[in-house]
Structures are given as C-alpha cells and as structure tokens.
Design a protein around this ligand. Structure first.
Ligand SMILES: *Cc1c(COP(=O)(O)O)cnc(C)c1O
Length: 357
C-alpha cells in the first residue's frame, strides 16, 4: 500500500505503531489468546489499561492531584451538556465564548437546565478571529471556551484565568501544546481529533466541582458518579481507550508536550509561511489567532481549484477539503502528522504557483 498523507480533520491520523498494536489486540490481547473486545472490562488486564491511560494523561499534562481524569463516552457533543449540568450554579447561567459552530452547539445545551449568555462572538466575520477584551459580567456560573476551532482554524493562545470557573472543549488540540491545567475547572475532549479513535471522551475536572451543581443531574451525565467508579460505572469503550493509551505512550516516549508543541509549531509555520508567500493562496484566519492544528486557506482564483485538487489527488493527499461553512482548504496537522507530509503539500502549492506563473 502506498503512503497516503491524511490531512483529515477528524477522525484523525494516528502513528502507525498505534494502528499495528491496536489491530493485534483485536486478535490476541497481551498473548492471552483472547480479543481485547471480548474480555471483561473488570478483568485485571483491562483495569491495567484503564489505569495506565489515566496515569499517562496525568503525566503528560501534569494534572494536579485535586483533579479527576475520566474516560467516558458520548463524544464532545455530550460533553456540551455534561459541562452545563455539572457546572450550573445559583445563577443558572453559563457564559459562552462563541468562536465557531462547536461553541454555538455547546451554548445551546445550557438551555436544557439553565441559560446561556454569549460573552462575545466572532460570528460577524464568519469566526475568523478569537474575540478579546470582553467582559464576563457577574451573572454567570462558569465560562465556557473552545480552545481550538477545528472548522475555522483559530485557536486561543491565552486562556482566561480569573475567578469564574473555566470549562473548555479541547477536542481538537488537547495534547498538542503545553497548558496549565490549573487554569481550568473542567476540560473535555472527544478522542478522535488528537488522542485516539472515536468512542471515548476524556474529562479532566477539578474534584471540588463534583456534586456541587444547582440542578439535578441524570446519572450518566453526573461526573461524580463516574469519578466514584473510576470511569467504570458502566461498560467503558475498551478499544478506544486502549488505542488512546497506546497513542499516549507514543507521545510520552517521543518527548511529551514540549517536544510535540515544538513539532506542531514547525509544521504549522512551514505551511503558514508558504501561504503568506504564495501569490495564489490566502489564509482564512486572523494571523494572530491561527491554529497550529487546522490550517485553513483558500485559492484566490476559483478556477484553479480543479487543477489543485487533481495535483493533490495525484500526490495521495487526502482530506484537504475545507468545511462547507468556510470553503477552500483545511490542512489538519495533528500530532501524528509527519513534517515530511506537510512539506509535500507545500511543494504542490509551490508547483501550482510555478505552473501559473
Ligand atoms: C469534532 C469536535 C466536536 C464534536 O465531537 P464529537 O466527539 O463528534 O461529539 C466538538 N468540539 C470540537 C472542537 C470538535 O473539533
């Protein structure tokens, strides 16, 4: 099989060794003669996987002891609702930074048991920037942000660190850069953007938010229930957790967040510098808010699209089409994307310019 360069926004590229070992586990897990997906989640072998996965999250992200690490289900889309249920206080209002479609969806869920208040929004410019200098007011119980806007290619570089509890949907840039966990009260992330296969959702939450909601919480959405049962209240998605664990092992072995952040900066700089220098392309996101995970750009002359798309196809570049709400192109360059693949993409963009000139 020839190499395909997978720039897909999610589910995402993972290291080859993670795919190989995950595949092996389906047929014969840990030389047990049994498949990972047929053993009890309460068996010693699987409990070890769950414990290692949680330990790796703690080590890699430097999670303090007063935080829980949970592997649950439902995707980030259920995280929107879970966050609101668990953080609702006496004001019955969550404040939302509206930086894209996912942020809007998150805000909508707060209305099931309270209100949402839009602290600021960048919808006026089709979400091509991160609002700054907003005022949170004093009528919200928590402040919710989306660290990286997967569709629009913007990323928060500096997080709020005031007194209001901070919740963050970190689905598309968790484990891509160093963050200070203490800035957050609740982080959640669907696995399939930068951590593993779809099917599990990581939650990292401060222990003192648990059991303090002002609204009754349905059992499966109550983070305290899951924390008390070490993420085993019900059957966990064993395969997704196992693959995520392998990927976290890989990340730790290559040097953790400081190493990967540097790599991600090199990769994104390579492509952004090229976009800024190539007369045929323009970036769609505000320069200072550009994402290091999802690079959005478009061709200035629409009639070149077909030629460019053909060149991408010939070079086995997959998943570069932009989201329909932005158009153009989106290069998702998650942790496992090698810099060599980014170079190949840049070479093609250069070749198009040379052809044209
Ligand atoms: C993909 C994505 C989601 C949705 O994740 P699901 O796991 O499919 O529910 C939410 N937020 C962000 C930032 C995303 O990139």
């Amino acid at each position: 099989m020839s190499k395909v360069h997978n720039f897909s926004a999610g589910p995402c590229i993972l290291p080859k060794e993670v795919f190989e070992k995950s595949a092996e586990s389906i047929l014969n897990f840990n030389d047990s003669g049994l498949s990972l997906i047929e053993i009890s989640h309460r068996s010693k072998d699987f409990i070890e996987v769950m414990e290692e996965a949680r330990k790796l999250v703690r080590e890699i992200l430097n999670v303090p002891d007063n935080y829980e690490v949970l592997f649950l289900q439902g995707g980030a889309s259920l995280g929107f609702l879970t966050a609101a249920y668990n953080l609702m206080g006496k004001k019955k209002t969550g404040g939302y930074l509206i930086t894209g479609s996912w942020a809007k969806k998150a805000a909508k869920e707060a209305s099931f048991m309270g209100n949402s208040f839009n602290v600021a929004s960048s919808e006026d410019k089709n979400f091509n920037y991160i609002p700054k200098g907003y005022n949170l007011g004093d009528n919200i119980d928590y402040f919710h942000v989306t660290s990286n806007n997967t569709i629009f290619g913007t990323q928060i570089k500096k997080f709020y660190n005031g007194n209001i509890p901070l919740a963050c949907d970190m689905s598309s840039d968790i484990f891509s850069r160093e963050i200070n966990i203490k800035d957050f009260d609740l982080i959640y992330a669907g696995a399939q953007k930068n951590m593993g296969p779809a099917g599990t959702t990581l939650y990292i939450c401060k222990k003192d938010i648990l059991g303090n909601s002002s609204v009754p919480i349905p059992t499966m959405l109550d983070l305290k229930v899951h924390a008390d049962k070490d993420s085993m209240f019900n059957t966990p998605p064993v395969f997704a957790i196992y693959s995520s664990m392998l990927n976290l092992r890989w990340l730790k072995n290559i040097g953790g967040l400081s190493y990967i952040e540097n790599q991600n900066n090199l990769k994104s700089k390579l492509i952004y510098d090229h976009i800024d220098n190539n007369s045929l392309f323009e970036g769609t996101a505000n320069i200072e808010d550009r994402s290091s995970m999802n690079v959005t750009f478009s061709l200035l002359e629409q009639d070149l699209n077909e030629t460019f798309e053909k060149m991408l196809k010939d070079a086995s570049i997959n998943g570069l089409k932009g989201h329909r709400s932005v158009g153009g192109f989106r290069a998702s360059i998650y942790n496992a994307m090698p810099i060599e693949s980014v170079s190949i993409l840049v070479d093609i963009m250069r070749e198009l310019e040379n052809k044209k000139g």
